[in-house]
Design a protein around this ligand. Structure first.
Ligand code: PLP
Length: 429
């Protein structure tokens, strides 16, 4: 990583950064950055050296690619008419978006609240569960990330964010994530059943849990539990009076070949949390869609974010939904996803550094070595930096899982180009 930074935060970059910007980089406590982005279009990010990098990371916001002309046009047009909407008012775009999300969401999920970020939407979902059940406890998964705010960190399970953050919200019980079920509940193929039983047991003995919150498909490591797991958890929630909240902030809107991941799980949650790509890769935009009958909250008590009904964000979201529908991006995700999966499986046969290939639609994971293997993370990191140099960016989830998350607007040629880069980078690792 250091070698990469030295090569790419090079003299040109240093020159470009004036004194103030260098000060910012030194002082900034947020995510460390590798380079300066100067442009983004379609499936590519452009860096300061003018290199066009296929962006299979994109923080999962770019279902319709970067700067889709229809999304940009919708934003411009909204800017010309109503750039902001004070809370006292509502606006056409917000109403249309709420109706659209209610129509799209499965089952009786139709109560829509808009939010300015996924973290804020998670907070709304937790508050709604508290109001609806009169309880405050939650059950969630270790290792889960649900957002950066303190409430999301409290129910989340990532050590990095929890350690040193001081007393977190009380009443959260964590269980091992489904991806680690076999480690704790046996290697005989019944681990997920036992994990579901364990969840049921906790809900029973606690007796007053407001909600189980989880990602139906764990995003960082690309893990979808076997069919049957979520229906069992759903049944337990019903038995013990807890709500089921599905966090689909990064996974919603077609990534996995269906509009929502929950459609692939035979399970409808009580509250669905959406975000990221909803803003078309441009605007911060998120939402919760809840069961219609969870209408128990004093008016205005859940949201109250200044930008929650952002007309520009809502216009971007409506255009994004139009693009997904008109360009049939769910079909693209399935077709190109199947093609990519086949190529990755063939790579797995030829490169023994790959231990598993998995995924759904255009969200694919390539596990490098085994999670508990000594050098797996270091090898995965070397692979990442090789790919970055050759023009492909992706996220490493859980330290050793290459997560491939391209725009759904990607062409087959671009996809093959990315897989060629990945394959070339594997030789000799
Ligand atoms: N939930 C999940 C699963 C996420 O991955 C994220 C962000 O990465 C969030 C919630 C929080 O979303 P945001 O960054 O928009 O606050």
């Amino acid at each position: 990583r250091l070698a990469f930074q030295q090569r790419h935060l090079d003299a040109q970059t240093q020159q470009w950064l004036d004194e103030d910007e260098r000060w910012f980089l030194r002082q900034s406590l947020s995510t460390p950055c590798l380079n300066v982005a100067t442009g983004a279009e379609g499936s590519h990010i452009v860096d300061l050296q003018g290199r066009r990098i296929l962006d299979f990371h994109g923080n999962s916001v770019h279902q319709v690619g970067y700067g889709h002309p229809r999304v940009v046009a919708a934003i411009k047009s909204q800017l010309d008419t109503l750039p902001f909407c004070p809370r006292r008012y509502t606006n056409r775009s917000a109403i249309d978006l709420a109706r659209r999300l209610a129509e799209l969401a499965p089952g009786s999920l139709e109560k829509v609240l808009l939010a300015p970020s996924g973290s804020a939407a998670i907070g709304m979902a937790l508050k709604l569960a508290r109001y609806a059940t009169g309880r405050h406890k939650t059950l969630s998964m270790w290792d889960a990330f649900h957002g950066a705010n303190l409430d999301a960190v409290s129910i989340g399970g990532e050590a990095l964010f929890r350690r040193g953050a001081g007393p977190l919200l009380p009443g959260t019980e964590h269980v091992p994530p489904p991806g680690l079920a076999a480690r704790f509940f046996g290697q005989d193929g019944r681990a997920h059943e036992r994990l579901a039983d364990y969840i049921d047991y906790i809900l029973e003995v606690q007796g007053d849990v407001a909600a189980v919150i989880a990602e139906p498909m764990r995003w960082t490591t690309v893990e979808l539990p076997p069919s049957g797991f979520w229906p069992r958890v759903r049944a337990s929630c019903d038995r013990h009076g807890a709500l089921l909240i599905f966090d689909e902030v990064p996974s919603c809107l077609g990534r996995t070949g269906t509009m929502f991941v929950c459609e692939q799980t035979d399970t409808t949650p009580d509250i669905l949390v959406l975000g990221k790509g909803l803003g078309g890769g441009i605007m911060p935009m998120a939402a919760i869609v809840a069961r219609a009958d969870l209408d128990v909250v004093p008016e205005g008590a859940l949201g109250h974010y200044t930008h929650e009904k952002s007309p520009v964000g809502c216009a971007a979201a409506l255009a994004t939904l139009d693009v997904i529908e008109d360009e049939q991006l769910l079909t693209t995700a399935r077709v190109l996803g199947a093609h990519a999966l086949e190529r990755l499986r063939s790579m797995a046969e030829r490169y023994n550094l790959i231990s598993e290939v998995r995924g759904a639609g255009l969200y694919l994971g390539v596990e490098i070595g085994r999670r508990d293997e000594l050098h797996a993370n270091a090898r995965a990191e070397r692979l990442l930096y090789r790919c970055l140099e050759a023009g492909l960016s992706f996220k490493l989830g859980g330290g050793n899982v290459v997560t491939l998350c391209p725009p759904l607007t990607i062409s087959r040629d671009e996809l093959d180009q990315a897989l060629d880069i990945l394959e070339a980078a594997m030789s000799g690792l």
